[in-house]
Design a protein around this ligand. Structure first.
Ligand code: FAD
Length: 326
């Protein structure tokens, strides 16, 4: 791939209430791979009303932080943020622009593509270099197909899936450079009138280290309380399959899978979950998977590190009792 004069890799650091979102830090890892190819720097771009915390977090993980601050860049104000992103792309002529595959990451990269006539990759789960060309892995159809995708416009634009890459090792803190971006008044077409904190924000499945998920096999709302109890004991978060949500045992904010959240905890415990593709595609990034199912042929056992063939109503109380003893 001919990079021309483009060398640096720009990574958009998404923030929520001043806190940088994990997947943005994870995106610094493929950025490092690309920078190895182009001979450029990894630059983390923070855009917000106060970037101090985000800059501090990112500085040891990259070669430089660009900080665009101003009242216009409040959470949710994507019209202003895309102006900042475009201004930094114009100024630094990066070889690639990466972001987390979040609603904001997808919106900003798509708008950048439209403004600059670029192609892009969304929801990449891996990056390999083939003959000097970055090749991204993009799962389709709930993970049953893995596409290899090459972007041949510059900068290469990509969003990466949460949990697909680990954060880079921390080194010395890189310098933080303040960048001024004027946002023209007519660039703001929408404004946030009110931010209503949804339950999904407090669930935060994407960043949980432990998830205990209940499926239809839990049988009832009453039984589902065992899933909640185990999650609480392990300091984890409750996940659910779609049927468990449709039964009304837990809110939609807990759904893991193709049409729910993509998760990557260190420990994932699946209780009464069959292991349908649409569910599994959301949890394959988990570190260690424990599955409890009474059917020894349940597909969930194919992705489990430990499989317990048994009735959740016997296994879960026993697990809870044992953990309580410790
Ligand atoms: P089931 O498939 O019914 O499995 C229940 C399991 O519990 C069985 O394996 C059974 O052996 C076991 N069991 C029953 N009783 C017990 C017991 N007492 N002890 C132990 N084990 C027991 N699903 C998702 O989860 N997330 C998604 O994001 C999602 N998106 C979808 C998107 C599309 C477009 C479509 C078509 C479907 C989607 N689905 C999704 C639904 C998905 O296809 C499956 O139907 C669903 O994941 C199955 O959920 P389940 O494992 O809880 O239920």
């Amino acid at each position: 791939m001919d990079w021309g004069n483009c060398k640096d890799i720009l990574v958009f650091l998404e923030q929520k209430e001043g806190k940088v979102v994990n997947v943005s830090l994870e995106a610094l890892t493929p950025a490092r791979t690309l920078a190895g190819l182009t001979g450029g720097k990894v630059l983390a771009l923070a855009v917000g009303t106060d970037n101090a915390a985000a800059a501090e977090k990112a500085a040891p993980l990259c070669d430089g932080v660009l900080s665009v601050e101003g009242a216009a860049f409040s959470d949710g104000c994507s019209d202003a943020m895309v102006c900042a992103l475009e201004a930094m792309v114009n100024k630094y002529a990066p070889a690639a622009v990466l972001a987390g595959n979040t609603p904001l990451g997808r919106e900003l990269t798509a708008r950048l593509d439209a403004r600059k006539g670029l192609g892009s990759v969304q929801d990449a789960t891996a990056l390999k270099i083939d003959n000097g060309t970055p090749v991204w892995t993009v799962p389709l159809y709930g993970g049953t197909v893995l596409n290899d995708v090459v972007v041949d416009t510059l900068p290469v634009v990509a969003t990466v899936r949460s949990g697909a890459f680990s954060k880079p090792e921390a080194g010395e803190a890189a310098p933080v450079t303040a960048e001024a971006v004027e946002v023209p008044a007519d660039a703001i077409k929408t404004k946030v009138v009110e931010a209503v904190k949804e339950i999904s924000e407090s669930v935060n499945l994407e960043e949980a280290k432990v998830i205990v998920t209940g499926g239809r096999g839990m049988g009832s709302q009453e039984n589902f309380a065992l899933v909640e109890e185990l999650a609480q004991l392990l300091g984890g978060v409750v996940g659910a399959t779609r049927p468990a949500i449709e039964e009304g045992w837990v809110s939609r904010a807990h759904q893991v899978g193709q049409s729910g959240k993509i998760v990557s905890p260190a420990l994932y415990i699946a209780c009464g979950v069959s292991g349908a593709t649409q569910h599994v595609s959301g949890m394959t990034g988990s570190g260690y998977v424990v599955a409890i199912n009474k059917d020894e042929d349940a597909p969930i056992f194919d992705v489990a590190d430990v499989g317990i063939v048994g009735d959740v109503m016997k296994v879960l109380p026993a697990m809870i009792e044992e953990i309580r003893k410790r």
